[in-house]
Design a protein around this ligand. Sequence first.
Ligand code: MCN
Ligand code: CUM
Length: 796
Amino acid sequence: TTYAAGGHRTAFVDNDTKPNGHGRMLRKEDPRFVRGRGRYVDDLQLPGMLHLAILRSPFAHARVVSVDTTLAEAHPKVRLVVTGAMLAEKGLAWMPTLSNDVQAVLATDKVRFQGQEVAFVVAEDRYAARDALELIDVEYEPLDPVIDVRTALSPDAPVIRDDLEGKADNHVFDWETGDAAATEAVFARADVVVSQDIVYPRVHPAPMETCGAVADFDAVDGKLTLWSTTQAPHAHRTLYAIVAGLPEHKIRVVSPDIGGGFGNKVPIYPGYVCAIVGSLLTGKPVKWMEDRAENLISTGFARDYVMRGEIAATRDGRILAVRTHVLADHGAFNGVAAPVKYPAGFFGVFTGSYDLEAAYCEMTAVYTNKAPGGVAYACSFRITEAVYLVERIVDCLARELDMDPVELRMRNFIRPEQFPYRTRTGWVYDSGNYAPTMELAKEIAGYDALRAEQKERRARGEIMGVGVSFFTEAVGAGPRKDMDILGLGMADGCELRVHPTGKAVVRLSVQTQGQGHETTFAQIVAEELGIPPQDIEVVHGDTDQTPFGLGTYGSRSTPVSGAAAALVARKVRDKARLIASGMLEVSVADLEWEKGAFRVAGDPDASVTIQDIAMKAHGAGDLPEGVEGGLEAQICYNPENLTYPHGAYICVVDIDPGTAKVTVRRFVAVDDCGTRINPMIIEGQVHGGLTDGVGMALMEMIAFDEDGNCLSGSLMDYLIPTALEVPDWETGFTVTPSPHHPIGAKGVGESATVGSPPAIVNAVVDALSPFGIRHADMPLTPSRVWEAMRGRPTPP
Ligand code: MCN
Ligand code: CUM
């Protein structure tokens, strides 16, 4: 259901209009996908291609005593067996992670999490490779594992990373932001202080397509081609170049169609490196494709923050300060993909959408015997955790003050005239106008009526809750002066070429995983040049064909590459203007641009279209003096700041008193991502993110037993929501453009995943308030809610 501003339900806006620029438009890529003609990594079949399978550790923590590969090598279809010891001889047993740690490609000394890579087999087919894994005999000497983040730093905890020189504990980093003393002073004089322990459990992005690669090393021209499931082809290529010592022009990384990324496909996984080694050693193309269990157990997890939140306020509901202490579980290797300056991602925005006097965060990150990762699952670089913290703790305060949670939020919003607004932790919010967004959500939801209904239902013994959340995100990393991944600055190239007949091709460094870039980037160029989006081809995901840039994550494609696409189109337009002045024999100052054509001011009949100009640019005859032929341009865009989208969400839940099952009855999401390029795609992004939120709030958790066995290695154990678990989403929007983005657009890809979990949990806690409950940790499964209703602690 869609609502226009003002809260009026709209008929579904005509979906097959053909906007010549921004607007609702069906996705150009979908005819391919709905006919099963997508080209994914696993669809690739190359002549002579071999198949790789990885042997993984059954133990969370164990010494590797010996690895015997004799029987596997004797298998008739096996071409190659490689162990950690063999990689060590070539100096390839360890690789750098995206956060300056190292990670084992194949274990040499120890295994450090269940599912860690120990050896690999390359065989003639996938089945033989898998069979041969069972012929490898590994002798392990089990060690005590570190599973509970709370005891990881105790003096008697086993040291996981004894590979690091002089490492005598499981400490990864300490980090702080804000002003501890100022915050303490505010807390000391506050009327009301509320604190709450809050856990954001470990979850997994679980994209439909697992991770994989096909590596093809051509020994004749010395060139490696790697088709891989990557969200950042250029960054990956540079890192392979550095690690392998190959020049970049001898490496081509291709990211073909990707079946969902959600951050899972940002890191470089050992499997990619194994595929490359496999191809180098066999001289054949080698394919590696994870199965579901491998994906869930061994690749980039998300969240896993154990937080204590504290909030200080006046009795009449003026929020003064927020303070938090966080224990961050980073698993066995620090594989977080965050800008170097931000080891905790953008968690610093935990001050939320409120105008505070002080804020402080203190964080300790530790190693445990679990899979590495940390930044994934539409996280906006840890903003998910930050928003959950502040939106839960604000709700706890509302309860303490006996104040309506919407009212409390409205009273403390950063006011429109305060933008650009510098937060107490140093983030500069570019623009925002929060109250209208919150009001619209209230109006769509019929908030006051819902509260009245809740009262009636309670009187009848029914359990109904209404939950609210309000978020501000920071998306679109760079600028490059502040942000880089392993020294690569966060700025994006873009190239645009208009062919003689007026068709165009735009080349991007970002890579779609389902977000619809082939459509929206064509629309961005169309809006600037007036060439129909159908006539604009978007090329991405191939390092040989696209300019350098840092890739898709942190909802940065629209804020960074989207800006680049608009500016490169304007550059082309500037050149077109020069050519048009020659064609119309007037000075450039006399030309007016009207989407798709230049016309002579005051002479409506004298005009040339962009297509006429393209032909002229390539055609016979003279161009104005100093103007080169062709109609193309390139740019590298370095954003001035992040963009700060915001949103107001309201969730209605019912809880079955007999089974404690939570049903999300309604969910209203009002998002503000500035200028909207394609509202249909934005709604799709929001629907997906809200579904993620239901999963995290009610169903999903990567759990471990005390030996470090991962208990969530299949989709029977790791539950993800389907259409059956979610309501008919009700969405609305407001528009507060970004002042520094050339078209005023802000990112939106992760907004709903960030904003929805607190709304759902707030609704459940609201429903349970008659039971005296102030907080319960996700996922709010029936058993957890059942125990909470009986005043018992959360079961694992
Ligand atoms: N858009 C728009 N107008 C705006 C903002 C965005 O029309 N003002 C459109 C964009 O043009 C783009 C889409 O919405 O087609 C998302 O844009 P953006 O917010 O820039 O996010 P990215 O394209 O950078 O996508 C990344 C983001 C992240 S980080 C995760 S995680 C996530 C998400 O997108 N993974 C996804 N959404 C996903 N959706 C799908 N289908 N699959 C994933 O793996
Ligand atoms: Cu953090 S998940 Mo997205 O940024 O690829």
